[in-house]
Design a protein around this ligand. Structure first.
Ligand SMILES: Nc1ncnc2c1ncn2[C@@H]1O[C@H](COP(=O)(O)OP(=O)(O)OP(=O)(O)O)[C@@H](O)[C@H]1O
Length: 297
């Protein structure tokens, strides 16, 4: 991607962006709200117009691909989607097979196998005959993921795929994506707001701020507490939990408890599972005291 510029509604959204995505790797697009992540993903998918610069895919500019040919190379799960009423999960997943089929041709054995595989991977096989509007937001999100998987492309673009999902299903989806990359060799480019998820499940990151790339490369090098604090305009530190270092936003409430915790243990920012429980207990008792005080008011 070279010197890419995109204007929408007369506003400069992406300003002279140059970066690379490595084949067979997972790359996270990160940055604050409005920094241009979704726009960049849409440009890669050919869904927005590039003003200047170019995006190369397999040695060819993406604007030189027909829409049908591009759909054989990459599939995208958008941030927002609306589903026609009455459409079943199987109908939706079938859309994923369109780039592989001729007009009005019946589903082939391969189409059916891919659809089955996609629904199984996304954990929605049991919903196949149900209308999408009868599902919860999180269940529907996984059906859209199944549609993207049914497209069976080497490159998968995911815009905030964990939104709508409870923490259990978030982790499940992260593992599905990890499997798609490790087992099926798919190149993943995704927008994630949870930086700890991004760090654990991505190889590389491109950090955007106000339409410019501020850092790119190995995810551990991009996601330093200092850079995250600066770009997101909040105070973030690193803590160690069960051998994993996590980014931790220092909200006032947590800062207060953390300060006590540090004083108690003479440790810096390390948390082990026992002391973490103590910290949680303190947080809960403080919360109770606060809510009692509010009730008295
Ligand atoms: N079609 C459009 N017309 C005009 N402005 C747009 C259009 N699409 C996006 N923008 C603007 O471009 C900027 C970047 O939007 P984009 O959705 O790419 O950001 P983002 O980093 O994905 O944000 P978020 O994290 O909130 O989803 C925003 O200021 C947005 O208002």
């Amino acid at each position: 991607m070279n010197k890419l510029t995109c204007r929408l509604g007369g506003k400069l959204i992406l300003d002279n962006i140059s970066c690379e995505f490595q084949e067979g790797k997972v790359t996270a697009l990160i940055g604050p709200n409005g920094s241009g992540k979704s726009t960049l993903l849409k440009l890669i998918a050919g869904l927005e117009k590039i003003n200047t610069g170019e995006i190369q895919l397999s040695g060819k500019g993406i604007t030189q691909y027909s829409r049908a040919d591009l759909a054989l190379k990459l599939a995208m799960l958008p941030q927002r989607h609306s589903t026609p009423v009455g459409l079943t999960v199987a109908d939706l997943v079938e859309f994923g097979r369109h780039p592989h089929r001729r007009w009005f041709a019946p589903l082939t054995k391969k189409d059916k196998e891919k659809m089955h595989w996609a629904m199984q991977e996304a954990g929605v096989l049991e919903f196949a005959d149900l209308a999408i509007e009868t599902l919860s937001g999180g269940e529907a999100q996984r059906c859209w993921l199944a549609m993207v998987l049914a497209q069976d492309t080497d490159i998968v673009l995911l815009d905030e795929p964990t939104s709508w999902l409870d923490i259990g299903h978030q982790v499940e989806l992260l593992h599905i994506v990890k499997r798609l990359n490790e087992q099926y060799g798919k190149t993943i480019i995704w927008v994630l707001h949870d930086l700890n998820h991004a760090q654990e499940f991505s190889h590389h990151a491109i950090m955007l701020e106000k339409g410019k790339v501020v850092a790119s490369g190995d995810i551990d090098l991009v996601l330093t507490a200092e850079r995250v604090s600066q770009v997101y305009n909040t105070s973030v530190t690193r803590v160690e939990v069960e051998g994993q270092t996590l980014l931790w936003p220092r909200t006032n409430a947590v800062k207060l408890n953390a300060a006590k915790f540090i004083a108690n243990t003479e440790s810096s920012t390390n948390i082990d599972s026992t002391t973490n429980t103590k910290l949680n207990a303190k947080t809960e008792s403080n919360a109770k005291t606060e809510s009692n005080a509010k009730r008295k008011d």
